[in-house]
Each structure stands twice: as structure tokens, then as C-alpha cells.
Ligand binder design. Structure first.
Ligand SMILES: Cc1cc2nc3c(=O)[nH]c(=O)nc-3n(C[C@H](O)[C@H](O)[C@H](O)COP(=O)(O)OP(=O)(O)OC[C@H]3O[C@@H](n4cnc5c(N)ncnc54)[C@H](O)[C@@H]3O)c2cc1C
Length: 361
């Protein structure tokens, strides 16, 4: 059986790994000269998003045989809003290095895969689907889904990221929510080490030319004394894709609409959808059925996103305050409760108190 994978990112490499475990050697095409984003950053893998499981690293190993070594454990999340600051503690997830460096997620996955990766090849799905039995599109963007008219936009934003020098705690994620400088997006800081961190601002519904103003406002409000040593700007979109398989073309990862629209997290979904794409081939399973839990997660995340879109700073403060009350904090951050499932219900209740409305359920 001839299988082509376009893109050697998270979904493409995990798809290849799963195919190999079942005796199929795919051909992988990657347009870069090596795997990994061109800019370094530190991503967060939060256990909140894999409930009822508790540990993302153990989950990926146990479910898919994918062993990943994180940079650090995440033990604290600090949320900074205009009138309120809250910290939660516990086993909250992990930080991972991303980019073209040794031990980045992409570097670790590349080492797990034995199939040849054809670098410096910009692959065209149209041509490949005539030559291969299956073509898995793992390009990290929506171009193929849009070309095939399968894409429905959910969230469009611009993202400014920077590598900054300063003093940082290696177990702490800091998040900022403030309508003033990120509209309905947010900002976050993740640690490379005690002296270096990744600082990212995501702003919704703006053009690239407006990003500078928001970035300056964010720095002014944060009163940071960090030193920037590198920065980058990116377009970030999430959307709904249906169907995820058309003839012999299968879409996975961000290309399949699995970048969740609430916080723009997509690592676990990319890994899972890449593996499921492989399983749909090796085990003859219905890809759409395998994707059901991911689709449910994305639609719950859409409810949270819509809540953020319509909420005022006051309302976001109130939700954060309620979610960090002693008993509630324990339940949300240190239990097996499926927060994505019950959190959307809780939001609707709080919604009534604040007088704001979520449009879609
Ligand atoms: C700055 C930033 C911070 C993030 N932080 C987090 C986070 O903290 N937590 C989280 O869960 N998620 C985070 N994400 C999202 C997460 O990184 C993505 O959802 C995930 O990488 C998607 O995996 P993928 O396989 O779909 O695409 P990618 O990992 O982007 O891989 C796509 C690959 O396809 C290649 N490619 C594209 N087109 C072609 C072509 N035509 N031919 C050949 N090769 C091609 C690209 O070069 C690339 O290597 C972040 C994303 C960014 C940009």
C-alpha cells in the first residue's frame, strides 16, 4: 500500500509512527530543510484538556506508544486580569520545547520515525493523490481544506511571539486576559529556563498592521523589563472541517481543523488525529468515528471561545474568581472532572448572573 504524508510536523510524524507500528512505510514530504518551526518557543500541554486522564505524557505513551520528554512539569498557572490575579497549583501539565532544537517535540518525534523524510519538497496534494493509495494532509494550515471547500472559519487571529530574557520560574505558566490589549485573545508566558522565556500575544479579528499597537499596549500595561532577543508574527486560524476524508485524501492536525479555538492549543489533537488517520488505513476504521471525541472537544472549546468573545473584563474576572474559589479550584485543577464538559454548563449559569449571553450552545 502506498501512503504519502504531507508535512513532518506533529500530526504527520505521529501518523507515520502509527503506520510503521502496523507495517506500513509511508513517504513523508516536508517543505522545510528540517523538522520544526523556524522560531523557538515553549508550548504548554495542559492536563485539563485530556480529562478523564490526568497526565498527558503518560496518556500519549499508554494510548499511542509515543514517548515524549517534556522540558518541565507545570505546577502553577497564574492568571492576570485587569482587576484580579489568581494562581492555581497542582500537577497541571507540562512545558515542551518547540522548534528546530535538540529535544524539541518535533526533534523527538523525528527520532521515533524510521520512514524517509523528503525535505525541501513543497508537496502538492492534487498530484500525490493520483500516485498514492492514501494522501494524509498534515500541513498545519487550512489551504487544502479551503481548496476542497471543506473549511468553515471559527477563529482568526494574529500572534506576536518573542523570546525574552529576565527572571522566570520554570514550573509556572502566566496568562493575561484583558480586552484592552488583546480584544478577545490572550497572552501567555512559558519558560525555556530561569533566564529565558517565550512570550506570546494573540489578538483576534485584526489585520497584521494592527498587531504592533496591541503589542506595545500589552508591554505598557505589563510594565515588563524583559529584553527581547527574537520575535515573530504569525497568522492563527481555527475552523471546522467536514468531512475529514474525501476520496483518498485525509486531513489531520491543524489542516483538519483540530486547533481548538478557545486558547489555540493543538498539540494533543494534532497527535491524536495523526494517529487516527493512520488507524483508519491500517485497521479499515471509519476516520470520522475515530475523530468523534476530538470533534466534541472542539465544539466545547467553541462555546468557551464564544463566551470570551462576548464577555466584558468584569465578567471574565467573575468567572476566574469563581473558578479559583478553594473547593472549586480543587475540583477543576486537581481532579478527573471533565472540565470542558461541565465548564460550559457552569458558564451558562454565570452568564445569567452577569447578563451576557453565549450565542451558540
Ligand atoms: C507560537 C505558537 C504557540 C503554540 N502554543 C501551543 C501550546 O502552548 N499548546 C498547544 O497545545 N498548542 C500550541 N500551538 C499549536 C500547535 O503547535 C499546533 O496545533 C500543532 O503544531 C499542529 O500540528 P500539525 O501537525 O497540524 O502542524 P505543524 O506541526 O505546524 O506541521 C506542519 C508541517 O507541514 C509542513 N508543510 C506545510 N505545507 C507543506 C507542503 N505543501 N509540503 C510539504 N510540507 C508542508 C510544514 O513545514 C510543517 O513542518 C502553538 C502554535 C504556535 C504557532
Amino acid at each position: 500500500m502506498k501512503v504519502a504524508i504531507i508535512g513532518a510536523g506533529l500530526s504527520g510524524l505521529c501518523c507515520a509512527h502509527e503506520l510503521e507500528r502496523n507495517g506500513i512505510t509511508p513517504e513523508i514530504f516536508e517543505e522545510r530543510s528540517r523538522t520544526g518551526e523556524l522560531f523557538p518557543h515553549v508550548s504548554a500541554m495542559m492536563e485539563l484538556f485530556i480529562r478523564p486522564y490526568r497526565d498527558p505524557v503518560q496518556y500519549l505513551d499508554k494510548e499511542f506508544g509515543i514517548k515524549l520528554k517534556p522540558l518541565y512539569k507545570m505546577k502553577k498557572v497564574e492568571m492576570r486580569m485587569p482587576g484580579i490575579q489568581r494562581t492555581v497549583n497542582g500537577d497541571l501539565g507540562y512545558f515542551f520545547s518547540r522548534g528546530q532544537y535538540k529535544d524539541s517535540v518535533e526533534d523527538q518525534l523525528t527520532k521515533l520515525v524510521k520512514s524517509k523524510i523528503n525535505y525541501n519538497v513543497h508537496a502538492n496534494f492534487d498530484e500525490l493523490c493520483k500516485k498514492y493509495d492514501h494522501v494524509i494532509v498534515c500541513t498545519g494550515n487550512n489551504k487544502v481544506a479551503r481548496t476542497l471547500s471543506l473549511w468553515d472559519n471559527l477563529f482568526h487571529s494574529y500572534l506576536r511571539g518573542a523570546v525574552v530574557l529576565g527572571k522566570f520560574e520554570t514550573d509556572k505558566l502566566i496568562m493575561w486576559f484583558n480586552k484592552k490589549y488583546n480584544d478577545t485573545g490572550y497572552a501567555y508566558l512559558t519558560p525555556f529556563n530561569e533566564e529565558m522565556a517565550s512570550l506570546v500575544l494573540i489578538v483576534r479579528n485584526i489585520g497584521p498592521e494592527e498587531l504592533d499597537d496591541y503589542w506595545h499596549l500589552f508591554w505598557e500595561n505589563g510594565n515588563f523589563d524583559y529584553k527581547i532577543i527574537e520575535n515573530f508574527t504569525l497568522e492563527h486560524s481555527s475552523g471546522l472541517v467536514y468531512p475529514h476524508k474525501l476520496d483518498n485524501i485525509i486531513l489531520a492536525g491543524n489542516a483538519g481543523g483540530f486547533l481548538e479555538p478557545f486558547l489555540g492549543f493543538g498539540q494533543i489533537n494534532a497527535i491524536r488525529s495523526g494517529v487516527y488517520a493512520a488507524q483508519s488505513i491500517t485497521q479499515g476504521k471509519d476516520y470520522e468515528k475515530l475523530l468523534q471525541p476530538l470533534n466534541t472537544d472542539v465544539s466545547r472549546s467553541t462555546v468557551l471561545r464564544e463566551y470570551l468573545n462576548i464577555s466584558s473584563n468584569r465578567s471574565i474576572n467573575m468567572v476566574t474568581w469563581a473558578a479559583t474559589l478553594p473547593g472549586m479550584k480543587q475540583l477543576i485543577y486537581n481532579s478527573r472532572l471533565d472540565v470542558m464538559k461541565y465548564g460550559t454548563g457552569m458558564l451558562k449559569m454565570l452568564d445569567k448572573l452577569t447578563g451576557e449571553r453565549i450565542s451558540r450552545q
